[in-house]
Design a protein. Structure first.
Length: 380
């Protein structure tokens, strides 16, 4: 996730009296599914038609448009955790110098955005030349980090709540009341809504969906995505209350999660839960599950001290952006297939895909383990 720093750099967040190992572990748990946990589920689904295999395979795939699966939590959870870590990282820099905090915030945002441009590496549409994808996963994280960081530096927790609410309500109002030429106002179908229209008109470069017409990480949906980071910042503020017992902090996170889930599912009756539009209801539902997962990891790992089971996730989480980039550059499944060859995989059908998924995931985790063991933490 970073440019190389000293090998003595520590990955876990410093809370002053203790380190939040749970934050790195949950980040690693999140990244685990991107690295190959999803492929593992698909492979199991091909082997077994049992109900559990079908459910697992379904949950580890995105909903086509409206609805929510587990895999739809992966990206907003990462943005949420970015918000949590921002409270600690910028807080330490603010204590020494407000200027240093600004420099860190702007530098990291810019580097993350540039890494996003590099990650997609130019795409082509038909006969058109290769173009940059100006929006994407890392670019969205960069934008959310910038605005979440500014909010953390200048607002109280009440101000952050108010800003998040304003962003979510404002996005809802725009999507429901601003008319789209040819379709009118309040239409949320793919290609007919305001967010897709804004991308068609104003977003240059390569666009992921609609035959290059709009993008799931498009311009307008960055507004509610920032609220995902702000929810994480609120969780970080809770966890930073070092004089409050850990069990009570975990309870506060659970209450916040349940409140977000209730509001999100209720709001979803009028403003549907749609990941590709990052709707306000989607932000709250994803934020609710993020609060609950953080509460669980924090309670088990940092409060109860049961860490052994989470070590593989900790290895991944300590170098999450690094392994994310390596997975794109190296393509672990292609490496495995070059060693096993197609004849070997066909001879063990229908278990070939499962073996490739297992070995690809093992390779990724091994790389993370070696980086962690050697105390190499690559950060922006």
């Amino acid at each position: 996730m970073n440019a190389p720093q000293s090998a003595s750099t520590t990955p876990a967040t410093d809370t002053g009296s203790s380190r939040l190992v749970s934050l790195d572990a949950l980040r690693g748990f999140d990244m685990f599914w991107i690295l190959g946990g999803d492929s593992l589920a698909y492979a199991l689904g091909k082997i077994s038609n049992a109900p559990w295999a079908r459910v697992l395979s379904e949950q580890l795939d995105h909903v086509a448009w409206e609805g929510f699966h587990f895999y739809d939590l992966v990206f907003p959870l990462f943005v949420f955790l970015m918000g949590v870590s921002t409270v600690f990282s910028l807080g330490k820099h603010q204590e020494s110098s407000r200027r240093a905090a600004y420099v860190r915030l702007l530098r990291r945002s810019l580097l993350l955005y540039l890494l996003g441009l590099f990650y997609y590496g130019g795409r082509s549409l038909g006969d058109e030349p290769e173009m940059f994808r100006y929006v994407g996963v890392l670019q969205r994280i960069a934008i959310c980090y910038l605005f979440t960081g500014l909010a953390v530096m200048h607002l109280s927790w009440r101000g952050i709540v108010g800003l998040a609410a304003a962003l979510l309500v404002g996005y809802w109002a725009a999507m429901n009341f601003v008319p789209v030429p040819g379709f009118g106002a309040g239409v949320l179908e793919e290609g007919k809504n305001l967010a897709n229209y804004v991308d068609q008109r104003f977003l240059p470069g390569f666009k992921w969906d609609g035959d290059g017409q709009w993008d799931p990480e498009g311009l307008l949906s960055n507004v509610p995505a920032i609220a995902s980071g702000l929810l994480g910042a609120l969780a970080g503020i809770v966890l930073r209350q070092r004089y409050v017992p850990g069990t009570k902090r975990a309870a506060w996170l659970v209450m916040a999660g349940l409140a977000c889930l209730a509001l999100g599912w209720l709001w979803g009756l009028q403003f549907p839960i749609i990941k590709k539009l990052w709707t306000s209801s989607y932000v709250l539902v994803a934020g609710g599950y993020s609060f609950l997962l953080l509460a669980l990891f924090y309670l088990v790992i940092d409060v109860w001290g049961k860490r052994r089971w989470a070590e593989p996730f900790l290895w991944i989480g300590a170098n999450s952006i690094t392994i994310y980039l390596l997975a794109e550059l190296l393509d672990f499944s292609k490496i495995v297939r070059r060693v096993l060859h197609q004849d070997t995989l066909e001879s063990i059908a229908p278990y070939g895909d499962l073996l490739v998924a297992l070995l690809s995931l093992a390779l990724a985790v091994w790389i993370c383990r070696e980086l962690y063991r050697r105390k190499i933490f690559l950060r922006v």
